[in-house]
Design a protein around this ligand. Structure first.
Ligand code: AP5
Ligand code: MG
Ligand code: ZN
Length: 216
């Protein structure tokens, strides 16, 4: 199965993908995670991407499309399917993806849009903390670790705030993606692939709706 998770910054794409990964085999491909890892390792891709991601701007389509194209052609994705998180994010990316999938003889089964009001998103992003070791995502109030200050996944006690979650950057990110998202939703709606779900529910309830779409 091949799916796309869409939603504005903070809608819960990463959070839902952590749940999906426990129950379904698809390979999680999150362009934001790939860029953050490249930045941390100071690779040429990371040095280029940092110019954009730090300010909440989009990395140029040319770079992002090439990266995803390469990843989609790898053996694990061919065997297990993919779960795209944060891509496509422009109509050019959606068209490039259609072409690449056609070349690979693959198709998209579901596009899930996690719908959350922009005001709610600001609150979520400003309270987000990420495990410095394994990258697991938490929220100080809405989704804290089970044991205070200890990562559920890896036991690390070090948490960080993402550079682009600083209060002065959050509004810009949401606005930018609000504008670029609509034509992509229309594109997938016309293809009959799109389901919108209410992202303003507890995480478990959102996940129940995701499961209903994906099937057992
Ligand atoms: P990316 O990492 O994809 O960031 P984003 O789209 O801004 O999305 P987020 O990761 O912030 O939100 P999320 O939906 O994953 O929410 P989460 O589950 O963490 O991209 C970063 C940057 O990389 C971009 O700005 C751009 O520069 C670049 N980039 C990436 N892809 C690109 C592309 N295709 N083209 C060009 N550039 C690209 O949840 C958020 C918080 O809310 C957490 O604290 C969580 O615990 C909490 N939460 C989640 N669900 C709920 C709930 N139901 N109720 C209460 N709290 C909840
Ligand atoms: Mg994310
Ligand atoms: Zn961890």
């Amino acid at each position: 199965m091949n799916i796309i998770l869409m939603g504005l910054p903070g809608a819960g794409k990463g959070t839902q993908s952590e749940h999906i990964s426990k129950d379904y085999p698809m390979v999680h491909i999150a362009t934001g995670d790939i860029f953050r890892s490249a930045i941390k390792n100071e690779t040429p891709l990371g040095l280029e991407a940092k110019k954009y991601t730090d300010n909440g701007n989009l990395v140029p389509d040319e770079i992002t499309n090439k990266l995803v194209k390469e990843r989609l052609s790898q053996a694990d994705v061919q065997e297990q399917g993919f779960m795209l998180d944060g891509y496509p994010r422009t109509i050019d990316q959606a068209q490039a993806l259609d072409q690449n999938l056609q070349d690979l003889g693959q198709k998209i089964d579901h596009v899930i849009y996690i719908d959350v009001d922009p005001e709610v998103l600001k609150e979520r992003l400003s309270g987000r903390i990420v495990c410095a070791n394994c990258g697991a995502t938490y929220h100080k109030i809405f989704n804290p670790p089970k044991v205070d200050g200890v990562c559920d996944v890896c036991g690390s006690t070090e948490f960080v705030q993402r550079e682009d979650d600083k209060p002065e950057k959050v509004g810009h990110r949401i606005q930018l993606q609000y504008d670029t998202t609509r034509p992509i939703l229309e594109h997938y709606d016309q293809l009959g692939l799109l389901t919108r779900i209410n992202g303003e529910q507890p995480i478990e309830n959102v996940y129940r709706e995701v499961r209903n779409i994906l099937g057992e």
